[in-house]
Design a protein around this ligand. Structure first.
Ligand code: NAD
Length: 301
């Protein structure tokens, strides 16, 4: 079995002051990566800031014999994103790995979802990924190498009551990865997506206590380490990880139906009468990009 080793690699982990990000950062450092530990250090709902969360993880890494520097910027601003990447370049010369992990929650049923709670969550998860990934991607392009992880959620992939803001932002990250996998391909930049399940402060009141106990963050990180290693050739893959279980989720498309031979505009009644065929997911197909979907249409019509 080849060993996954990050000697000589530089990694940025956002939101690495606690929970999943902390563990990703520590495990990367244990395998030789030089790590930028970014964390704004606010509350679970994104209020306030503190340097202690990032500092503590940097100390932990150093105590283990690893190399790390702290960064306290907010991922949700362009300036913050640029400064996070600058921290990596100033300290270690480049960026090889970026794990977009920082996150907050502001759950409310949709009827009560005020603009402020919508914007705050979309800003950290979705705009945050834009703000940090763009300068990192530019450096990776120059170096001809990069591994990027987006952290999505089952809340977005499958739906979860009370999380319209969070689910929307998390699915936005899937769209971002779908395009980055194409734009990064010729520069050996792979972008993959993690859908974790783990016991952290974000999930402590959502999960039953007996399950919460079994859901150590340690069970998630191995998937991240493989996906951000040079040995991972895949790009655009979504991996569910938690409790020792790993699986792939994907946007699949059913066989569908051509109505009226594709020659005249079908009526809504024809759509209704063929609804079962149209919505069938038997023998689904995976399209790697939009053009592949057009190719499929071309072959049917
Ligand atoms: P966590 O609260 O323990 O960690 C998130 C960290 O992000 C915190 O340390 C926080 O200070 C930091 N952060 C928040 N806003 C920031 C900002 N603007 N800039 C920089 N840092 C910021 O939560 P976690 O469960 O470890 O979450 C990590 C990621 O995993 C999040 O994106 C979350 O949505 C995602 N996720 C977690 C689960 C789960 O089961 N825990 C499930 C699905 C997705």
């Amino acid at each position: 079995m080849s060993k996954i080793d990050f000697t000589g690699r530089v990694a940025i982990v956002t939101g690495a002051g606690a929970g999943l990000g902390r563990n990703h950062a520590i495990e990367l450092a244990k395998r030789g990566a030089k790590v930028v530990v970014n964390d704004l250090g606010g509350t679970r709902d994104g209020v306030g800031s503190s340097e202690s969360a990032a500092n503590k993880v940097v100390e932990e890494i150093k105590a283990l014999g690893g190399e790390a520097v702290p960064n306290y910027d907010n991922v949700a601003t362009v300036k913050g994103g640029e400064n996070i990447v600058k921290t990596a370049i100033d300290a270690f010369g480049k960026v090889d790995i970026l794990i977009n992990n920082a996150g907050i929650l502001r759950d409310k049923s949709f009827a009560k979802m005020e603009e402020e709670n919508w914007d705050a969550v979309v800003a950290v998860h979705l705009k945050g990924a834009y703000c940090v990934t763009r300068p990192a991607f530019q450096n990776m392009r120059e170096n001809g190498y990069g591994r990027i992880i987006m952290t999505t959620s089952g809340a977005g992939l499958f739906g979860n009551f009370g999380q319209t803001n969070y689910a929307s932002a998390k699915m936005g990250l899937v769209g971002l990865a779908n395009v980055l996998k194409l734009e990064g391909a010729k520069y050996n930049i792979k972008t993959n997506v993690l859908a974790p399940v783990a016991a952290t402060r974000l999930t402590e009141d959502v999960l039953p206590p007996e399950i919460f106990e079994k859901m150590k963050v340690e069970y998630v990180t191995p998937a991240v380490l493989y996906m951000c290693s040079e040995l991972c050739e895949d790009s655009g893959v979504i991996i569910n990880a938690g409790l020792g279980y790993f699986s792939r989720s994907a946007m699949m498309t059913g066989p569908g139906a051509v109505l009226s031979d594709g020659k005249k505009v079908p009526t809504p009644e024809e759509v209704m009468d063929n609804w079962e065929k149209i919505t069938s997911l038997d023998n689904p197909k995976f399209f790697n990009q939009l053009n592949d979907m057009f190719g499929e249409l071309g072959s049917l019509l």
